[in-house]
Ligand binder design. Sequence first.
Ligand SMILES: [Ca+2]
Ligand SMILES: [Ca+2]
Length: 380
Amino acid sequence: MRMRILLLLIAALGLALFTLQATESAQSQKLVASLRELQRPLDALKEKKPATPAPPAPKFPFSAEQARTYQKAYAVWLGLPLEWTNEFGMTFVLVPPGTFLMGSPAAEPGHNLSGYDESPRHQVTLTRPFYLCKHETSVGQFRRFVESAKYVTDIEKTGGGNAHDDKAVWKHRPGTNWLKPGFAAAFDLKDEHPVVHVSHTDSLAFCRWLQNRVGKLPVTFDLSTEAQWEWACRAGSGDRFWWGPDEDKTGKVANVGDKSLKRVQPAWPRTIMPMDDGHAFLAPVGSYRANGFGMHDMLGNVWEFCSTRFGKYPQDPRTDPTDGDPNRGYAVRGGGWSNIAADVRCASRNADPPHFGHSNLGFRVAMLIKDWPWAAQGGK
Ligand SMILES: [Ca+2]
Ligand SMILES: [Ca+2]
């Protein structure tokens, strides 16, 4: 009798394994098919620049409509898809190159309020197009990575990340992690929420995991540089926000510290925005309107790690800038659910060390195109 039960158990296990393999194989097949669509034009571009001249970038500042028109024309010129979605539902959008003014003028309300210098406002030229995920990385996507790579985050290793209590006191909270974010009121974490309590190091591990799944696709998964981030966030806007100069009153464009937060945390002592955006803490990614390049939540929801280190801005123009100060933390951008307008501007800056994570900080993945010899114009 025991032997029969044992045999039945072995058979059931075998069937489960077979089903799992079949599912994974179907997913890989889908990935390969969509990868081929992307790989063919990317391989062709590696060999040869398109014969016709590139569509010229609009002169900065430009409108969201101009941003969209230019972006589409650039994708057509390259013969690349405007958007590409991977097997985890991450949609990467082509961001064309161009020249803009990075940072903010001293007269901008909120300028330098966080203590991270946004001046001098200086000219930056990005010479290469790149793809950027239209959403922050979600809990569901991060879960796939953790389960597949058996990954343990920095914050889990150190026993918790930083978070606020109901009076906005900000400190290390034992037991918090990406599955148990440190919010001071009840919160039902869903796969669609942006992942938080992840470090810069965790973000890069996630990017490497994506890289290993795409074979010879000639791209590099990484975070965006701080300059790429600001260009993608502005989408042509020279104002405080990608939607214009004025603080949001609609609650439709960014998840910030607002009436929803005050409702669940009446003792919250900080200023809140006057509207109700519907989310006290994290909002599912993509809940708010996209900017001119099709990016959601560049401002608000969670701060986002960049690939480059914070540093003082230069006076003179820069091309494809990389690290600021090698001794500073990594740039984090865009503000989040606990912040007000001053911290949720296109030029707002902050920085965090490589193994640090908190309840209002996540990341967004870029897919960089690095090996087009004809596009190499050198960085400075
Ligand atoms: Ca909110
Ligand atoms: Ca964000």
